[in-house]
Design a protein around this ligand. Structure first.
Ligand code: 13P
Length: 254
């Protein structure tokens, strides 16, 4: 079963209003020029830009997502944003369990799991992130760590329609370091096998598994042409129109 490539930008905590809108407009213009494409685009700006980015993306099929959400629909949770709010403002996706949230906000697999269920209840697709640290990789634990993250973070109710997995080795994020293609291929195959055990083969075979961590136009082709790699979750390079589009153009979807 062919899986449609997903080219996703995680803007993280970057972009004041003028820059963010210009970036979204720039991406929208370039994507329109591409015409009919065999990949899906997603941008995940900071919460403060969602409303303006949504307007800038009008007339395109580019999807928008939040970078996190609470698991409750509303209530006394100062500083949090609910999945219902993301849906209301026009998001189709939400990134959950990014390593920066796991580290800086102590998010556990169990919290990610509950947030993903809340996302589904609000008709949002969850991009669930997993990935090992350098210490874990060097200790030969990378596969076990990521398998456990998948087993515990992905809800039983996950399907290929409502969930995307992103494998992001923590040591590759923002460092310019990328695992070997053999290591990426091994990990993605292991994640798919774990998904099959948990959700059944047909879900696992259709669920997209993105690679993230220092993806650039120059390495996109070799990473995205791997069998079980179904797109990219891009940080730094998603902040420049030409790099974000360059990755898409080198993805093999054209
Ligand atoms: P970089 O592409 O900047 O390495 O970030 C990857 C990432 O964390 C995307 O979620």
């Amino acid at each position: 079963m062919a899986r449609k490539l997903l080219i996703a930008g995680n803007w993280k905590m970057n972009g004041l209003m003028a820059d963010g809108v210009a970036l979204a407009k720039g991406i929208a213009e370039e994507v329109k020029k591409l015409g009919k494409v065999q990949c899906e685009f997603l941008v995940c700006p900071p919460f403060t830009l969602l409303s303006s980015v949504k307007k800038a993306l009008r007339g395109t099929k580019i999807a928008m997502g939040g970078q996190n959400c609470h698991f409750a629909d509303k209530g006394a949770h100062t500083g949090d944003i609910s999945p219902a709010m993301l849906k209301d403002i026009g998001c189709q996706y939400v990134i959950l369990g990014h390593s920066e949230r796991r580290t800086n906000h102590f998010e556990t697999n169990e919290i990610v799991n509950v947030k993903a269920q809340a996302a589904y209840s609000n008709d949002l697709k969850a991009v669930i992130c997993v990935g090992e640290t350098l210490m874990e990789r060097e200790a030969g634990q990378a596969l076990d760590v990521c398998k456990k993250q998948v087993l515990d973070s992905v809800p039983e109710s996950a399907t290929w329609q409502n969930t995307v997995i992103a494998y992001e080795p923590v040591w590759a994020i923002g460092t310019g370091k990328v695992p070997t293609t053999a290591d990426v291929a091994e990990m993605h195959a292991a994640i798919r096998k774990t998904l099959a055990k948990k959700l059944g083969k047909s879900n696992a075979n259709r669920m997209r598994i993105l690679y993230g961590g220092s993806v650039k136009p120059s390495n996109a082709k070799e990473l995205l042409s791997l069998n079980d790699v179904d797109g990219a979750l891009i940080g730094g390079a998603s902040l420049k129109v030409e790099d974000f589009l360059g990755i898409a153009k080198n993805s093999g979807a054209f």
